[in-house]
Design a protein around this ligand. Structure first.
Ligand code: PEP
Ligand code: MG
Length: 546
């Protein structure tokens, strides 16, 4: 039997199937002693859960360690304890915890954006605490003795972060989207991963499986010899990725800058250790998610300078604050909006608060003056030409190279006009697909629409790349699309001049590009544009490039 989903981390994993354990429910007849006993039991269990997560964080690194620490902090959260206390008058500990989390989850969901995303962590904390108060083993991922494939309905980020890539060869999950935390962490751990596999058998009926994180296929009980052959070919590809040293180019020497996406100095230092020619997207807003007031220009300059320094003499594309929607910044809050993703976010904040943009540009210019990096600056969420004209003037006044992101269909349609006013453009495929398909990028149930292989999305990319060629100006891609080695070749065939992706994906993208010619990339691009849907596109392109 073959199932399929959205591939998010390339590579092949095979082995016996393990399924995440069922969640434990609070028993209907749970004993209630009194308020204080319930509160104390939940507090003690929460502490044990938090300690375990913190211990695991100590053995993890990067995004995985951050997720484990954040989940531990949620288990210790005072606010959560207050909600438990509200339910402790009449309920035992497991029931009070369940009721408290249900109430909080509803509030988080109503808040939307990043808060809504944290619901998965909240439910994960609930399940761990409930198991602990009932004296049952911690729920979640089993630790198999032999390398195995993990099947799950959904996977809490903390579970994904704790995975051992030696034991879990691949992940297939029924829910989840390409931009979910699970996908991001699986990518960091280098574990092949497919999400949104609707008919994934979770009842223990699957004996062995092969998960192909490049095609999205999940083969249940595959032919053993065939699985072995595919796994061996994949191992060869991985070895080639590990050996890739850059710079980015096709086999016949067509240069394509391969760059990393970064968000802070520590990540920038890690990314600079990869064979990259710089950073194609520095998401500045992520440094300020917990700030209640605007950081001073000096403070900002120091933060930016640390990232620029990590790049050495290379290019760094600094993105101005992309606040709002799923990344709210308290100091750039424009009040509640019925549709935050369609509201005042990104560059639009400068309409009412131009000083925020000016201060940030002053800080970037100050950092650039003290660094040897080649600093480019771009604005997110540009929709019309006048916005590009305005922001380009402000950037150039400070002696910096000016660009805009192409994240809205209107910007893609008018790329020719935008390019008359800026030095470069960079396509943010995550948002461009969200706005092209009217499909929330956070909604796992819509991940088939926000799949970057959608031919309509690629048609927009093609038209922007063609505009770049006409203007003789660079066109980059810095969304998740650039992290997929096969799709990266398609983007190059469409005329894209640089690819910026997670540092962990850089080598597989660079190594794949080095095996194909520009002509093959162009053939792959036209096949992907002609495809009926993402699966058809992947199959056609694989046939041309591999
Ligand atoms: C994008 O939208 O593709 C992008 C790169 O920006 P972000 O993911 O930060 O919105
Ligand atoms: Mg974006």
């Amino acid at each position: 039997m073959t199932s399929s989903g959205t591939p998010v981390v390339p590579g092949i994993g095979t082995g016996p199937v393990v399924v995440t354990s069922e969640r434990v429910e609070a028993p209907a007849d749970e004993v209630h002693v009194d308020h204080d006993t319930t509160v104390a039991a939940v507090a003690a269990a929460s502490e044990v859960v938090a300690d375990r997560l913190t211990a695991r964080a100590a053995h993890a690194s990067g995004a995985a360690a951050e997720v484990l620490q954040a989940t531990a902090a949620m288990a210790r959260d005072r606010g959560l304890a207050t909600f438990v206390a509200k339910h402790a008058d009449a309920s035992g500990p497991a029931t009070a915890m369940t009721a408290a989390v249900a109430e909080l989850a509803t509030m988080f969901e109503a808040a939307g954006g990043l808060m809504a995303e944290r619901v998965t962590d909240l439910l994960d904390v609930r399940d761990r605490v409930v198991a602990e108060v009932l004296g049952l083993p911690e729920p979640g991922v089993p630790s198999p003795d032999v390398p195995s494939v993990l099947f799950a309905d959904d996977l809490a980020p903390a579970d994904t972060a704790g995975l051992d890539a030696e034991r879990i060869t691949a992940i297939a999950i029924r829910l989840g989207g390409a931009t979910s935390h699970t996908a991001i962490i699986a990518r960091q751990l280098g574990i092949p991963c497919v999400v949104g596999v609707r008919d994934l058998p979770l009842d223990g009926s699957a004996g062995t499986a092969l998960v192909d994180g490049t095609t999205g296929e999940v083969l249940i009980d595959p032919d053993a010899a065939d699985a072995e052959r595919r796994a061996a070919e994949d191992a060869e590809r991985r070895a080639a990725s590990a050996a890739w040293t850059g710079p980015g180019a096709t086999r016949d020497g067509h240069a394509v800058q391969v760059l990393a996406n970064v968000q802070d100095a520590a990540g920038a230092v890690r990314a600079a250790a990869e064979p990259v020619e710089g950073f194609g997207l520095y998401r500045t807003e992520l440094s300020f998610l917990d700030r209640s007031s605007e950081p001073t220009v000096d403070e900002q300059a120091e933060i930016y300078r640390a990232v620029l320094d990590a790049a050495g003499p290379h290019k760094v594309v600094v993105r101005t604050l992309d606040a709002g929607s799923d990344k709210p910044l308290a100091f750039a809050d424009m009040g509640s909006e019925p549709n935050p993703a369609l509201g005042v976010r990104g560059l639009r904040i400068a309409i009412e608060r131009p000083e925020l943009l000016d201060h940030q540009l002053d800080a970037i210019a100050a950092a650039a003056a003290q660094s040897s990096a080649d600093v480019w600056v771009m604005a997110p969420m540009v929709a019309v030409v006048s916005e590009a004209v305005d922001v380009a003037a402000r950037i150039r006044q400070r002696g910096l190279t000016a660009g805009v992101m192409i994240e809205t269909p209107s910007a893609a349609l008018h790329a020719d006009r935008l390019l008359q006013h800026v030095d470069f453009v960079s396509i943010g495929t995550n948002d461009l697909s969200q706005y092209t398909f009217a499909a929330d990028r956070m909604a796992s149930s819509l991940s088939h629409l926000t799949d970057p292989w959608q031919p309509a999305l690629l048609t927009l990319v093609a038209s922007v790349a063609a505009a770049g060629e006409r203007a003789g100006k660079p066109v980059g891609v810095c969304g998740e699309a650039a992290a997929d080695p096969l799709l990266a070749c398609v983007l190059v065939g469409l005329g894209v001049t640089s690819l910026s992706c997670a540092a962990s994906a850089v080598r597989s993208v660079g190594a794949m590009l080095a095996t194909v010619t520009l002509e093959q990339c162009r053939a792959a691009a036209s096949a992907a544009l002609d495809a009926d849907d993402p699966a058809d596109g992947r199959a056609r392109v694989r046939a041309i490039l591999t």
